[in-house]
Design a protein around this ligand. Sequence first.
Ligand SMILES: Cc1cc2nc3c(=O)[nH]c(=O)nc-3n(C[C@H](O)[C@H](O)[C@H](O)COP(=O)(O)O)c2cc1C
Length: 371
Amino acid sequence: MAHLFDPLALRELTLRNRIVVSPMCQYSADDGRANDWHLVHWGQLLQSGAAMFTIEATAVTRDGRITHGCLGLYDDACEAALAATLARARRQAPAMPVALQLAHAGRKASSAVPWDGGKLIAHADGGWQPVAPSPIPHSPHEAPPAALSLAAIAEIRDAFVAAAARAQRAGIDALELHMAHGYLLNEFLSPLANRRTDRYGGDREGRMRLPVEIFAAVRAEWPAAKPMGARISAVDWVDGGIALDDSIELVRRLVAHGADWIDVSSGGVSPAQKIPLGPGYQVPLARDVRRATGAVTMAVGLITEPRQANAIVAGGDADLVALARGLLWDPRWPWHAAAALGHSVPAPKQYWRSPPREAATSLAGATVGMR
Ligand SMILES: Cc1cc2nc3c(=O)[nH]c(=O)nc-3n(C[C@H](O)[C@H](O)[C@H](O)COP(=O)(O)O)c2cc1C
């Protein structure tokens, strides 16, 4: 039976425990380029003792950004900024694998950043035209997105592949494809957003086609030694939307194409969703996906307590746990979990003197000598 501090091998990458930093948009990039905010934020979380840090949803095209501040990987300047910023952040922390989430915002593009209200920005106000499988707005009162032509779909698929090549050159260790939260690939999967009548719409098979094609194309580009996963919204939480058996079928396809983990989230495609929020509320979805498919799964969503996280892994509900808000609130959460559960995690040697007496052995390899 695995526990929170047991290693896990994903292809040639070995994670030293089961705690993953969930991808978190920072809305702070300059035309897609990482900057000093990312240096500080990444550096802080690379010092956290987690097993893997996931860089935020990173747009494969400029128009595929959610906001003007979203990170991108669509041109040479984005690639150079990512590579340089990551190299600098890594020099200030113990080694930790870094994953990057590749994304396209679909009809949720051209949004204001959350601290400016997060609403759709009209073209006239500095926004741009969002694209989607069908011309159905996210909220009924919003202007509709433009439906993608087959040629435009092919360009987006190529952009995912090109961004993967850029991520490889920038030194990224693992990729996660964003198929969740109402962004483009989730929109293709969901009957609530996809009303196409061509090969990319219609029945479940048609709606899965593009996400699976993109996964396969990126997997073919991404080095065989490096792992790649996908984040899914296992259910839309709306009648007539994606249900768990749809997602189980999708996961089977992704695993057949070499998915090394499935990050099981939910919701985001419709404002009509009714999400039963509570501690670990998405864990049963991860458990059901894992049981039905045998996929390595990552559970996420209101996982905040070390014992709760350990029980998820030990009970076989998921292989990995991802934390987002909990790690912003307490970027040393893995240190504190190690202390609570009697384990250790790597930490910068500059901080080796920090543990209180009862947590003296929780920082791996810590020794201090003074005269
Ligand atoms: C500030 C912030 C930014 C986020 N950005 C992303 C993102 O880029 N990609 C993604 O898949 N989820 C994103 N999420 C969702 C989280 O990764 C996570 O799934 C969600 O917050 C639930 O986990 P938690 O309860 O540990 O916060 C974000 C969440 C927060 C709080």
